[in-house]
Design a protein. Structure first.
Length: 533
């Protein structure tokens, strides 16, 4: 049975001295990563971790996080990466919802959790990474803590068979839910391997590649970064979390580390294009750039292509529930009238189609419908949430009597003349203002075309009279003051009157989530508070 952890074992046997991970001044070879994860596996097995047990990873980006991932898989467990920036109450909620008995956690993070739950530890066991010379904490509330250095006394020999199946869960990633509670997306070994093997082949990831790992472990983009590189014998170059706030330093790191493959949300690249001083350096070894998650304004894409001349650019579309399923290769020359970069066509081994409101499959240019994904990559469902799973993972609407299972994305798309899908908004967040349907991303594209706009986030704030107030929040480059009337005129020249924002708000920068996307929820809460006061 071929499982995710075998990607590492096979590469370590083939390329033991090859660099597997680079993080700041630290590096780890494939042989070292294999041995260390074997030791962790032995420790977890000794602590009673068995097939299917959920084991948390609550660490900042580090080689230990990658060791933890593979060690858990080798023990037959399911790794559940947790966001170190999340509030402790949210972390405890996820730990309890997933029924985690054990976790690999930094001392700082464990202390945060215990401060909120001093009398009822949410875990039975924890492997704790502490500062050098510091013993693991002793909670004394029914939780056993073992220091990371205990791995040194464990065997580095390969573990016996984990007894797992490729249909069994490999990891659970949590995404935000419409109810406010996070959704735990359960991905099997088969789901992940189908995507990894396809993507590594499609993008020709090889031993010479140095793949930037910008995404945190709890974000699904990390699956491509880590597993495609490990399968191919490439090197995972882990990008420090704080570096995204310093685009000049980020660009310098890309050059110093000779990055060949870059994969991130679009907002990171737009900031790099705008504030990264790219004219001061060249990135001759960068051959592949993926962007996803947010809109990519064409003006920034042109600038990136100017200073990354050898790179092929791809707009990648996907969801945690089905992995990346569509891609669009950006042409060498972007047309002056380019409006929105398509999300493209399906990857090999994916069947992606859209169904309109009448239940008919979209087939002609200009037609619109909800996107559905049919593939072996489609997740098992949501952890411990039968109703939500049943609503989103359903029979193929084209042939309901078949056993095929599809994922309903909730995303609205339309076909362009070339047969590419173009993102048109969210079905469950359709915005109505003054009786008209408003597509917020269309407004953001228009605003982002202004030479002074670095980032744009357009919100629909609920309003009893109009349905929604359209508010545009803008981060501007330095320069003289711009009157809101200038943006009002820009929108009026390109959009229907009902889509022109009624208010333009300036910010030095826009808040971002731990994944690097614009944090629209935080902005919305701010404006809701204003209008309710």
């Amino acid at each position: 049975m071929y499982l995710l952890q075998h990607l590492l074992s096979h590469t370590a046997a083939r390329l033991p001295e090859k660099e597997a991970i680079v993080f700041k001044e630290r590096a780890m070879t494939y042989a070292e990563l294999e041995a260390k994860s074997n030791r962790l596996c032995a420790l977890l097995l000794a602590q009673g971790v068995g097939n299917g047990d959920r084991v948390g990873i609550l660490l900042n980006k580090s080689p230990e996080a990658i060791v933890s991932l593979f060690g858990i898989l080798k023990a037959g467990g399911v790794y559940v990466p947790l966001d170190p920036a999340a509030p402790p109450a949210r972390l405890i909620s996820i730990i309890r919802h997933c029924g985690m008995r054990a976790a690999i956690v930094s001392r700082e993070q464990l202390e945060r959790i215990l401060a909120v739950a001093p009398d009822a530890a949410p875990l039975e066991k924890a492997v704790v990474i502490s500062p050098a010379g510091t013993p693991p904490p002793s909670p004394g509330i029914g939780m056993d803590c073992t220091g990371w250095d205990a791995l040194d006394s464990e065997s580095a020999a390969p573990p016996g068979s984990s007894g797992g199946s490729d249909a069994a869960p490999a990891y659970i990633l949590h995404t935000s839910g419409s109810t406010g509670s996070p959704k735990g997306v359960v991905i099997s070994h088969r789901n992940a391997l189908t995507f990894v093997e396809m993507a590594a082949s499609f993008f020709a990831v090889g031993e010479r590649d140095r793949v930037a790992n910008h995404a945190p472990l709890h974000f699904d983009l990390s699956v491509f970064d880590i597993f495609c590189a490990v399968k191919s014998g490439g090197t995972v170059v882990m990008i420090p979390e704080a570096l995204s706030a310093f685009p000049v330093r980020l660009a310098e790191l890309m050059r110093q580390e000779r990055i060949t493959v870059w994969n991130s949300v679009a907002s990171v690249l737009t900031k790099l294009a705008d504030q990264g001083a790219l004219e001061r350096l060249t990135l001759p070894e960068l051959r592949l750039v993926h962007f996803s998650g947010d809109l990519m304004p064409v003006k920034y894409l042109r600038r990136l292509k100017e200073f990354m001349p050898r790179a092929e650019f791809y707009n990648i579309y996907g969801q945690t529930e089905a992995n990346s399923s569509l891609c669009f290769r950006v042409p060498e020359v972007i047309a002056d009238d380019a409006w929105k970069i398509p999300i493209g066509k399906s990857f090999p081994n994916f069947e992606v189609f859209a169904v309109d409101e009448k239940g008919e499959v979209v087939s002609g240019a200009g037609q619109e419908g909800e996107l559905h994904v049919l593939s072996a990559t489609v997740a098992l469902g949501y952890w411990n949430d039968v109703d939500r799973t049943r609503a989103q993972f359903c029979a193929d609407p084209r042939n309901p009597s078949s056993h095929a299972r599809v994922y309903r994305t909730g995303d609205l798309v339309r076909l362009d003349e070339a047969g590419n899908f173009v993102f048109a908004g969210r079905k469950d967040h359709m915005v109505k203002s003054k009786g008209f349907r408003v597509e917020l991303d269309e407004i953001e594209i228009v605003l982002s075309s202004h030479p002074r706009v670095r980032q744009a986030a357009v919100l629909a704030v609920p309003d009893d009279l109009t349905g929604s107030r359209i508010i545009a929040c803008l981060s501007l480059a330095e320069g003289p003051h711009i009157e809101p009337s200038e943006f009002d005129g820009l929108c009026g020249a390109h959009l229907p009157k009902y889509m022109v924002p009624e208010r333009f708000v300036y910010r030095t920068s826009l808040p971002t989530t731990s994944n690097g996307k614009i944090d629209r929820k935080a902005l919305m809460q701010e404006f809701l508070a204003q209008y309710s006061s």
